[in-house]
Design a protein. Structure first.
Length: 415
């Protein structure tokens, strides 16, 4: 979704999940030629030209990050994204989106491929050991994809649908991570692929090691952590599934025919079966002329999975979110009184799944608010008042509609 999308786009621009330890960095660059040959042998894609590279100091990196942050996250957009995150209950009320973004970037960036400058950067003082060479494979895999599929354009086109952007970022990071593992296997005399045992081990390592290595990351809200790990861990498994089905063609196919949703990443069979996502219209806003729209976008399986998991269990979140067909949201602000109102629609694969989500809505509200007063509750509808104002959640067929933030009881004329 557009929520946090600019932050994620910026972090994926600086895609280096493994930090590089101190040592002479120039030694690392001597491996570039050999790595390029190996990646081309695995994918069948040739590097069209050399990949420029350079060292960058900590001060230069900090300036670079601040500049990118300023360019990518405009104040109005940042405010809208932060407010939507809070109203959905995905981050706490005191969460500072801009500061969190800069802190995460500063903590994690050490080597990265900038697909705008078409250049590889390594932080001064980085070394040339095995771990560093592996990280270099990941970044050169990005460069190879960029030379064939124009990553900046690929990501920009995905921004038309927020959940689609998440899926495309999973393609980028998942493929680079998969190629990193396949390169290691090939160098060790094995097949240029990722054995299932290694795949499972890598997925668990990615999900577990990030919190251990990065203190800022470990303290971030669940949604932030899951959003940043998802492209690497689930993208890795997705790329493997497509490779098992299509072989070498998979490295091009995922860029030529991008997945449309985080659900297709989590369930590669949907992508391979060419199943699409359903994008419902958010519920109509009463007295809409009194409001101005701050933001809108799509919501996907990853978003609902985290939302439900955060206030119940991970197993429940994963199980129920798998039945999502698609979702959307709109954030409004009252022109005079400046209070926000959020509208959300989610379509499910059956009326039964929609009813199960409605039941979970109460649990989510109890968790995200300090105070919850239910004034009306039926199997098809939930109404009352919470910290952000009055709300109503109701089912229409297989779609669940939600409006919250109203300053008075929501007019009865609303469906």
């Amino acid at each position: 979704m557009k929520i946090h999308c600019r932050m994620k786009r910026l972090i994926y621009l600086l895609s280096a999940w493994a930090l590089v330890s101190p040592a002479p960095a120039q030694e690392l660059f001597t491996n570039i030629g050999h790595i390029k040959e190996g990646l081309s042998a695995i994918t069948g894609l040739k590097f069209k030209h050399d990949v420029p590279y350079a060292l960058i100091s900590k001060d230069q990196l900090h300036h670079y990050l601040e500049q990118r942050l300023h360019e990518t996250m405009k104040p109005d957009d940042t405010r809208a994204e932060e407010l939507t995150l809070k109203m959905l209950g995905l981050v706490p009320a005191d969460f500072d989106l801009k500061k969190n973004t800069l802190d995460l970037l500063t903590e994690q960036a050490a080597a990265f491929y900038d697909y705008n400058q078409k250049k590889l950067f390594v932080l001064e003082g980085s070394g040339g050991g095995d771990e560093e060479r592996v990280a270099l494979v990941h970044e050169l895999a990005h460069a190879l994809a960029d030379q064939h599929f124009h990553l900046a354009k690929y990501i920009h086109e995905g921004m038309r649908s927020d959940d689609s952007a998440t899926a495309r970022q999973a393609v980028m990071e998942g493929q680079a991570t998969w190629l990193m593992a396949a390169y290691i296997s090939r160098e060790g005399g094995g097949k240029p692929e990722v054995p299932e045992s290694v795949l499972n081990l890598m997925k668990k390592s990615i999900e577990g090691s990030a919190a251990q290595q990065y203190p800022v990351f470990s303290q971030a809200p669940l949604y932030i952590r899951e959003s940043l790990v998802f492209p690497y861990s689930e993208g890795l498994v997705f790329q493997d599934a497509v490779f098992r089905k299509l072989g070498r063609e998979a490295f091009s196919e995922v860029f030529i025919r991008p997945p449309a949703s985080s659900g297709q990443i989590l369930h590669p069979e949907r992508y391979l079966g060419r199943g699409g996502a359903v994008i419902p219209n958010p519920p109509p806003l009463p007295e809409s002329r009194e409001f101005r729209k701050l933001a809108d976008g799509t919501l996907g399986e990853l978003d609902f999975q985290v939302m439900i998991s955060q206030y119940s269990t991970a197993a429940e979140g994963e199980a129920l979110a798998a039945h999502l067909a698609g979702g959307s949201y709109e954030l409004f602000e009252h022109k005079r009184e400046k209070f926000p109102v959020l509208g959300v629609a989610s379509t499910w694969d059956s009326p039964e799944s929609a009813r199960k989500y409605l039941e979970k809505c109460r649990q989510v509200m109890q968790g995200k608010w300090k105070k919850l007063d239910i004034s009306k509750e039926t199997p098809e509808m939930l109404e009352g008042q919470g910290d952000s104002g009055y709300f109503r959640v109701w089912i229409a067929g297989d779609t669940v509609n939600q409006i919250e933030g109203w300053k008075t009881p929501i007019p009865p004329g609303l469906p």
